[in-house]
Design a protein around this ligand. Structure first.
Ligand SMILES: [Zn+2]
Ligand SMILES: [Zn+2]
Length: 340
C-alpha cells in the first residue's frame, strides 16, 4: 500500500486505487472487511478418524463496548485532520523545474483509519483507538474424515484489523499430525507389521489397536505363506469419508519378515528335512570339472550407499589413460611442454 505516483482525481479515486474497490466511493469503504486470520490447527489422526472438538484460544481486537467503537466519549467520530479522513497523506516532491511528483502514503497520524479523536473527547477504555484487545476460546468441531489441508472457517470471529470494518474470519487449516503406527493415503490407512520367518511360513495371529480404541485381531491361517513386503487389505478399516462417516476406506498391512541372523546346524537340517530342497545340481550349479571357489564374500548393509562409495574407486588407477573433460586441460598443456 506504500507510495505511488498518480495524477488528479478525487479522494474516492484514491481509495479505489488503494483498495481496488470498483466505483464504490466512501460509502463502500465502511463495508470493507477486516483481514482474515489463517491459523494452522494440529489434529491427531485419532481425532480425524473419530471426529471431535478441539479447544483453541485466539487473541483479537473487538470494537470497544464503552464507546461503541467510536473512540470518543461523546460517541462522535472525528475525521482525521491530517488526511481529511482519507487515511492517505499526499506529498509533493519536486522532480525538476516545473515538475512535481505526487507521493501517497498511509496517514501516520490516524494509522490510515481516517479517524482521529481529539484528546479531550477520547474514550478512556480504548484511549481513542476504537478497538480493544479480546481473547476467546473456541470449541472447534473436527468432522470425521477431514483431510490434511481441510479448512474450518469461523465466520466473523477474527475481530477487526481496523476500526469501522466488519470483522474478519478465522480460517483454520487442518494439519494432520504424524502417527506412530498408521500412515494415511486418502481414505486408506497403511500400517507395517513385522513377523518372524516362522510366522511368515506357518501362519500367525496378531492384534492391533485401531484409531477409535478398538482392538482388532488379524488371523493369517496356517498353510498361507506371507512374503516379505507383501500387503494384505483389511476392508473398511480405513478412514471415514468426510461427510459420509459410515463409509470407510481400507487398511493395508505391509509385512516385514524378520529372518534369523544365523541358524544352527540342527535347525538347518530340520528345515532341509521339512521343506523341499530342489537339489544341489538344480540350484544353478554347472556340472563341469574346473570350478573355482569364491572366497571373499562380505555382507552389504545398504546397497545404495555401497554403490555410491564405489563411483570413484577406479578413478585414481586409470588416471594416465582416462581423459576426463573437466581436468583435461592442465594435463594436455603439460604434455605439450614435454614435446617441445
Ligand atoms: Zn489521517
Ligand atoms: Zn472506547
Amino acid at each position: 500500500m506504500g507510495s505511488g505516483g498518480g495524477g488528479g482525481g478525487g479522494m474516492s479515486d484514491l481509495f479505489e486505487q488503494m483498495f481496488g474497490m470498483g466505483g464504490g466511493g466512501r460509502g463502500r469503504q465502511r463495508e470493507r472487511k477486516s483481514e482474515d486470520v489463517v491459523h494452522k490447527l494440529q489434529v491427531s489422526l485419532e481425532d480425524l478418524y473419530k471426529g471431535g472438538t478441539k479447544k483453541l484460544s485466539m487473541s483479537r481486537q473487538l470494537p470497544c463496548d464503552a464507546c461503541q467503537g467510536s473512540g470518543s466519549k461523546s460517541g462522535k467520530r472525528y475525521e482525521c485532520q491530517a488526511c481529511q479522513g482519507t487515511g492517505v497523506q499526499v506529498h509533493l516532491r519536486p522532480l525538476g523545474p516545473g515538475m512535481m511528483q505526487q507521493i501517497q502514503s498511509p496517514c501516520s497520524h490516524c494509522n490510515r483509519t481516517g479517524y482521529s479523536t481529539p484528546p479531550g473527547d477520547q474514550c478512556t477504555s480504548c484511549k481513542g483507538k476504537c478497538l480493544v484487545a479480546d481473547k476467546k476460546t473456541f470449541d472447534v468441531h473436527i468432522d470425521a474424515g477431514m483431510k490434511h489441508g481441510s479448512k474450518i472457517v469461523l465466520r466473523g470471529e477474527a475481530g477487526c484489523s481496523e476500526p469501522g470494518l466488519a470483522p474478519g474470519d478465522i480460517i483454520l487449516v487442518v494439519v494432520q499430525k504424524e502417527h506412530d503406527v498408521f500412515q494415511r493415503a486418502g481414505v486408506d490407512l497403511v500400517m507395517e507389521k513385522t513377523i518372524s520367518l516362522t510366522e511368515a511360513l506357518t501362519g500367525c495371529t496378531f492384534t492391533f489397536k485401531h484409531l477409535d480404541g478398538r482392538v482388532l485381531r488379524v488371523v493369517i491361517p496356517q498353510g498361507e505363506v506371507i512374503k516379505p513386503n507383501s500387503f494384505k487389505c483389511l476392508h473398511d478399516e480405513g478412514m471415514p469419508f468426510h461427510g459420509r462417516p459410515y463409509q470407510k476406506g481400507n487398511m493395508y498391512v505391509r509385512f516385514n519378515v524378520e529372518f534369523p541372523e544365523t541358524l544352527t546346524e540342527a535347525q538347518a537340517k530340520a528345515i532341509r528335512a521339512a521343506l523341499p530342497v530342489p537339489g544341489a545340481a538344480a540350484n544353478g550349479t554347472m556340472d563341469v570339472d574346473d570350478v573355482e571357489d569364491v572366497h571373499k564374500i562380505t555382507n552389504v548393509a545398504d546397497i545404495e550407499s555401497e554403490l555410491k562409495s564405489r563411483v570413484n574407486v577406479a578413478k585414481g588407477a586409470g588416471e594416465s589413460y582416462e581423459s576426463d573433460d573437466d581436468d583435461d586441460m592442465p594435463r594436455g598443456q603439460r604434455v605439450q611442454c614435454a614435446q617441445q
